[in-house]
Design a protein around this ligand. Structure first.
Ligand code: NAD
Ligand code: MG
Length: 401
């Protein structure tokens, strides 16, 4: 018997995959996992916003039925980028196209690797359509966690975490009763500025913020890691994935990024999941779950690993983490406002229009200025997102450099 059938996965029934955000960091690493197990996947859908050259190369290799791109111009450019002998592929456009791609009847598993709020509608659609959703796109749960988890509870699909911390917690919770959980402990690398004096934060350049010590990721999440907003978004993501109240989700800075997160239990036991920082491991687990597929991803080297450090986060130096806790406690549209203000501010920081310190300032200002609405519908969340972005795009913010 081979390892596949022992694990209960039949090689004769490949998982029909829709990969949303195929050209990004998580998207391309997902396709690396697919390459390792060509018999276990049938790639039906690939999507991107505008990186059509890369998408065209992926279509040549993985031969999906359908792609979705962000705009009509990208659709035209994609068709031009395809070689004459390329396979036939249906091309969908815009948010509608992405939602259609995510809910196709010939898809079993949707891997959500779009960045930002743009992931919410297709992921909500996929869950409502009963798909198994492997979710990297944390902003979906930050903004629409109540709607997405309600759709799961109503008999929709299953949510499986891809984010490394949440995958770690998910693995620690395997076989445990919910009542036995005392606390979730999310680990954070601290990002590139953990040890940098706070009085120099105004001078931080885009290049410095994009230079993450342990992980290679897309630009937005890399900046979020530098401000520690990423950990704040992950606290909110954990609340929705694991249904644990905010006062029982804590963050510890762990600069080595070896312990990916921990769960402490009612009897004093603590479980942790460890490994080399490599997103292919949690991506593969979300796709192979409940099995584990043998793979030669890099192993921990116990001779090199001399110490594991843990420290409490500094919420004054990294106010984004505090703002995220506050937004989670405020509930309703507050996390949507936080997320939209952050996306807009990070976008303007990457374009050189705002300083690093303007990011938390912009988020705090939006949260102070805009009212929070309890129990929002999807339309309410879209409206909150639009208004928060508008505030950050239009208000002349003081630049710190
Ligand atoms: P990325 O920027 O590298 O890739 C984003 C992908 O989404 C690209 O394919 C892009 O074409 C597509 N996209 C961007 N904007 C879009 C839009 N408006 N509409 C449709 N498609 C759009 O980002 P990434 O680093 O791969 O991150 C993807 C998601 O996974 C994020 O939510 C991030 O927080 C999460 N995540 C990433 C990592 C990582 O290691 N990169 C780890 C954990 C979680
Ligand atoms: Mg993470």
């Amino acid at each position: 018997m081979d390892a596949v059938s022992q694990n209960g996965t039949s090689a004769s029934e490949p998982r029909r995959l829709a990969l949303l955000g195929a050209t990004g960091s998580i998207g391309t690493q997902t396709l690396e996992v697919v390459r390792l197990f060509p018999d276990r996947f049938d790639v039906r859908v690939l999507t991107c916003r505008q990186n059509v050259e890369r998408l065209a190369a992926q279509v040549q290799e993985f031969r999906p039925e359908c792609v979705a791109v962000g705009s009509a111009e990208s659709a035209e450019a994609f068709k031009k980028a395809l070689p004459a002998d390329a396979p036939d592929v249906r091309v969908l456009v815009g948010t509608e196209g992405l939602c259609e791609a995510a809910t196709r009847s010939d898809v079993d598993v949707v891997l959500g690797a779009v960045v930002g709020f743009a992931g919410l509608r297709p992921i909500l659609g996929a869950v409502r359509a009963g798909k198994q959703v492997a979710l990297a796109n944390k902003e979906t749960l930050v903004v629409g966690g109540a709607l997405v988890t309600q759709a799961v509870a109503d008999g929709g699909g299953q949510l499986l975490p891809v984010d490394s911390e949440h995958s770690a917690i998910f693995q620690c919770l395997a076989g445990e009763s919910e009542r036995a959980v005392e606390e979730l402990v999310l680990t954070a690398s601290g990002g590139p500025f953990w040890d940098r004096p706070a009085d120099t934060f105004g001078d931080i350049t885009v290049e410095e913020a994009l230079d993450h010590p342990n992980w290679s990721m897309g630009a937005k999440i890399t900046v979020d890691s530098a401000t520690m907003m990423n950990k704040g978004l992950e606290v909110i993501e954990a609340k929705w994935l694991f249904d644990v109240p905010v006062d029982r989700i804590q963050v510890l800075v762990h600069p080595q990024s070896i312990v990916h997160s921990m769960v402490s239990f009612a009897d004093g036991a603590v479980k942790a999941q460890l490994g080399v920082p490599d997103m292919k491991v949690p991506i593969q687990y979300a796709l192979s779950y409940p099995s584990r597929w043998p793979a030669s991803h890099e192993r921990l080297d116990w001779d090199e690993l001399s110490r594991l450090d843990f420290e409490r986060p500094d919420l004054e130096k990294f106010p984004c983490l505090r703002l995220a806790y506050d937004a989670l406690e405020a509930g309703g549209t507050a996390p949507a406002l936080l997320n939209a203000a952050n996306e807009a501010a990070v976008g303007r920081f990457l374009e050189g229009q705002l300083g690093f310190l303007d990011i938390p300032r912009a988020v705090e200002r939006v949260l102070e200025q805009l009212p929070v609405q309890a129990s929002p519908t999807l339309d309410d969340l879209v409206a909150a997102d639009t208004e928060a972005r508008r505030r950050v795009e239009e208000l002349p913010l003081p630049t710190s450099n």
